[in-house]
Design a protein. Structure first.
Length: 152
């Protein structure tokens, strides 16, 4: 199972190129949430917005790469299990092209199932579903990313 995540299904289909444009507002950190489950995507995006982030979303890895090529992001929060480009492949590609971007993977798999991937230093953090505001905030703090506590 782990090898499935590490293999690239279509490596040349979504090359990652340098940023073409910086975001307009550089006073706030920006985050991209990638998940093919729109409910999880919206909840995570809403939480990050409440913590003061400018948030973009994508439904799959190819779209995330397309957006990253145009706008810089400080954080990539991606689901692990997605079609075409899974979250592990996406995270590694983004981290190689944009080393200063913090990368976190969300997953509903248990710790034992992802243990070999957790050892990969390319990924900055892991967030296990279901998660709440406190879990997300703790993860950001562990990655030394600022956040405000305004979720009500």
């Amino acid at each position: 199972m782990i090898e499935e995540f590490k293999k690239s299904t279509q490596p040349d289909l979504f090359p990652v190129e340098p940023i073409k444009k910086k975001r307009a507002d550089t006073t706030k950190l920006s985050a991209m949430v990638v998940d093919d489950n729109l409910i999880v995507q919206n909840i995570a995006a809403r939480m990050l917005k409440k913590m003061g982030y400018i948030v973009s979303t994508a439904n799959e890895g190819g779209d995330a790469i397309f957006q990253f090529q145009r706008v810089a992001h400080d954080l990539l929060l991606t689901d692990l299990q997605m079609p075409v480009i899974n979250g592990y492949q996406l995270a590694r590609r983004i981290k190689m092209a944009f080393p200063s971007t913090k990368v976190a993977i969300m997953t509903a798999l248990n710790l034992n199932e992802v243990a070999p991937m957790i050892k990969d230093s390319t990924i900055d953090s892991w967030l296990f579903k279901p998660f709440n505001f406190k879990d997300l905030k703790a993860m950001l703090m562990d990655m030394r990313l600022p956040c405000i506590d305004s979720f009500e």
